[in-house]
Every structure is written in structure tokens, then in C-alpha cells.
Design a binder for this molecule. Structure first.
Ligand SMILES: NC(=O)c1ccc[n+]([C@@H]2O[C@H](COP(=O)([O-])OP(=O)(O)OC[C@H]3O[C@@H](n4cnc5c(N)ncnc54)[C@H](OP(=O)(O)O)[C@@H]3O)[C@@H](O)[C@H]2O)c1
Length: 176
């Protein structure tokens, strides 16, 4: 199973502010939906409650990661660790599981990821949540598509896809 991170970030790596996204880029929302549709999406509890506003993303298997043992989220599966979330996806026969944020969960998942779908937003903004740094020595840019600003998009943005050059760390708990 391929483990992918998908995110949008500014040039100063901001991914969020006050629990939300500090931009409105409808084409990126469309790209996110197309890319993740029919797959397992794995998110932190804060992203589920603040960004998804407590609603599961339709036509995807939603897995929320929380440390809380007994909390359940309507329409979602719950995991207490990243390994448990990935194991659920793998047991369901998933081919590519998407980690969809936020910062805490991206940081947790990055060492185990094969791919990063990163929308690079051509601006710097204030924020309080950041995408983790990753090194060009470990990651190769395999595709890049830039869109200029227009009446619906205040900033230019580039859809980038990064592939890890070598095998990522393995999560020990994950059985084949
Ligand atoms: N631009 C983008 O692409 C994008 C995408 C998604 C989110 N975001 C932004 O990211 C921000 C939210 O990120 P965040 O880092 O604050 O929160 P988060 O990663 O969405 O969720 C954090 C929560 O995940 C659970 N968690 C974290 N580590 C865990 C572990 N090791 N084991 C079990 N559970 C764990 C905890 O839930 P409990 O407290 O319930 O235990 C924790 O409070 C928001 O601003 C949002 O807008 C941006």
C-alpha cells in the first residue's frame, strides 16, 4: 500500500490559521477531491472537527486519529495511532492511503510516506500550522503544474508530486 501525504502550503509552509485554511482556492479543493476520491483518508481529530467541520468527506473512508480511547466520530472510523489507521486501510485492501493533515499528523506520517502531493501556494501568509520540511536529497519532484491567479484564485499555485527516492521507514505493526 502506498502511503501519501496531501497538503496545500504557502512558501513559508503555512497550512492553517485558527483551525482553518487562510485562503480560498477552489481548484485546489477540486484537485484534492479528485485525488482522494474512493480512497482512505486519514486525519487528526482537529482537522476533522475544524476543517471538515465534523462531517466525513463523502465517497471516502474517513479515519480520525485521536488519543481519546472512547471518542467516536459519526461516519468515520477511529484510530488511536497512525499505525492503527494505516492497518485499517491496508486490511480493507486500499492501494493508496492519503494522510490529509493537519500539522501533527503530517509530522507523524512523513517518515513512512512514499509520496507527497503538495500544492505550493505562491505567497507567504501568517499562520499557526505548518507543513514539515522535507529534503530534496530524500525526495524527487516527479510532476509540477503551475496555475496563474485568476478571478477565483488570488494566488498562483503549483500542484507538485514528490516521490521518496528510497524506501520509507516501515511501521513495525503493519502486517503485509
Ligand atoms: N493546508 C492543508 O492542506 C491542511 C490540511 C489539513 C489541515 N490543515 C490545517 O492544520 C491545522 C490543524 O493541524 P493540527 O496539527 O493543529 O491538528 P491535527 O493534526 O489535525 O490533529 C491533532 C490531533 O490529532 C490527534 N493526535 C496527534 N498526534 C497523535 C498521536 N501520536 N496519537 C494519537 N492521536 C494523535 C490528537 O487528537 P486528540 O486531541 O483528540 O487526542 C491531536 O489533538 C488547521 O489549521 C487546519 O486548517 C491544513
Amino acid at each position: 500500500m502506498i502511503i501519501s501525504l496531501i497538503a496545500a502550503a504557502t512558501q513559508n509552509r503555512v497550512i492553517g490559521k485558527n483551525g482553518g485554511l487562510p485562503w480560498h482556492l477552489p481548484n485546489d479543493m477540486r484537485y484534492f477531491k479528485q485525488t482522494t476520491l474512493h480512497h482512505h483518508v486519514i486525519m487528526g481529530r482537529k482537522t476533522y472537527s475544524e476543517v471538515a467541520v465534523n462531517k466525513p468527506l463523502p465517497q471516502r473512508t474517513n479515519i480520525v486519529i485521536t488519543r481519546s480511547a472512547n471518542t467516536r466520530f459519526a461516519g468515520c472510523l477511529t484510530a488511536n495511532t497512525l499505525a492503527e489507521a494505516l492497518q485499517i486501510a491496508q486490511n480493507n485492501g486500499e492501494t493508496e492511503a492519503f494522510v490529509i493533515g493537519g500539522e501533527q499528523i503530517y509530522r507523524l506520517a512523513l517518515p513512512f510516506a512514499h509520496r507527497i502531493y503538495l500544492t505550493q501556494i505562491h505567497t507567504t501568509l501568517d499562520g499557526d500550522a505548518f507543513f514539515p520540511e522535507f529534503s530534496a536529497e530524500e525526495w524527487q519532484l516527479v510532476s509540477s503544474q503551475t496555475h496563474e491567479p485568476d478571478e477565483k484564485h488570488t494566488y498562483a499555485y503549483t500542484f507538485t508530486l514528490w516521490q521518496r527516492k528510497n524506501e520509507p521507514q516501515k511501521l513495525q505493526q503493519l502486517s503485509e
